[in-house]
Write a protein that binds this ligand. Sequence first.
Ligand code: CAO
Length: 415
Amino acid sequence: MAKALDGVRILDFTHVQSGPTCTQLLAWFGADVIKVERAGAGDITREQLRDIPDVDSLYFTMLNHNKRSVTIDTKNPEGKQVLEALIQKCDVLVENFAPGALDRMGFTWERIQELNPRMIVASVKGFGPGPYEDCKVYENVAQCAGGAASTTGFDDGPPVVTGAQIGDSGTGLHLALGIVTALYQRTHSGRGQRVLAAMQDGVLNLCRVKLRDQQRLDRTGVMKEYPQYPNGKFGEAVPRSGNASGGGQPGWILKCKGWETDPNAYIYFITQAPVWAKICNVIGKEEWATDPDYATASARLPRLKDIFAEIERWTMTKTKFEAMQILNKYDIPCGPILSMKEIAEEPSLRKTGTIVEVDHPMRGKYLTVGNPIKLSDSPTEVKRSPLLGEHTDEVMAELGYSPEQISALRTAGAI
Ligand code: CAO
């Protein structure tokens, strides 16, 4: 079956996590992604956090599916020529080097345009133009600089980073959208353009509601859905809000049966206003449905702590799955705290291709997260990540190099 991005060729100069997540998505949508790696070494994640000696790590394999790998020394003059040929043949160059690295290689925007005016050059950087533009950045730096860490955690503790890789994978997603948008504009303009996704910007975009709250705090000095209300103090900046929902419907994480021994025996419970009467019935507090102290959403705000404590008395009598089943019958929004083990074993996620088992010639079978975006006319088939340089000869031949030329370039250390 045809794929959405059939015919799009990507020169994938990405490494570590942010860039590779972007090009992996494009590959799943059908683009031919040619990953250019340093000869002899490759993407540094191939050897990071290894669980099997001398075998590409899960870190690498889970971020580089459906790609081809070629090794080129881009600092070797002949290697540079190979790269020029690739630039002429590809539609998009994606990179997430440290600021200035591509220029230092000799591939400035101007030079790339000379070689291929239709080329889209897409970059992840830690920061956009400004005081930090030259900084190297990793995931947690972006989480801190983008406002996530200062607003995550509990009020009486330090800032906390989240396990969701919003700096890396989040920015990769933003970049992928920028690339397909630029490809679409090129169909009218005929020209390439630069696409920049800064990790700080990507994280901040995902923390949009916290900038909303900053302005509410500036205006009113209080945010009634935050756990600091009514007894705690608000300062000048948006505080950490624990497990509060961040939206207009208060929520919290509550213990379920087995919490004493199972660190994930919890449920997220939302006291959505339209189903308040049903919540009161389920937890056996029918009188709260009509009591003026509890009957309206605004009356409940100063009492949320006590309300959640009462609801928790009920959730602690059920496992998280039993509670889910009962609450869903009444359309009460809630969610079990699922461990990675439970997610890995969840049959429905296997069925939809969100969790996929992949076979790898050196590591054998492993699990990965498949394409989370499902297109009805462009199904995703997850294929294993390439071995280092596995497709060098194949790609060189496609570029028009003869076997003799390939072997000479190899002897010269260019590939
Ligand atoms: N052949 C020859 N040289 C190559 C090459 C190849 N195929 N591929 C890369 N290189 C060179 C680069 O040209 C660069 O050389 P110079 O420093 O001389 O210009 C060098 O390898 C190192 O590149 P780098 O600076 O990007 O790598 P690093 O490990 O020092 O830094 C990182 C890594 C991630 C901090 C940095 O790339 C960065 O800030 N990227 C932008 C933000 C980003 O994506 N961060 C997310 C990373 S995931 O957590």
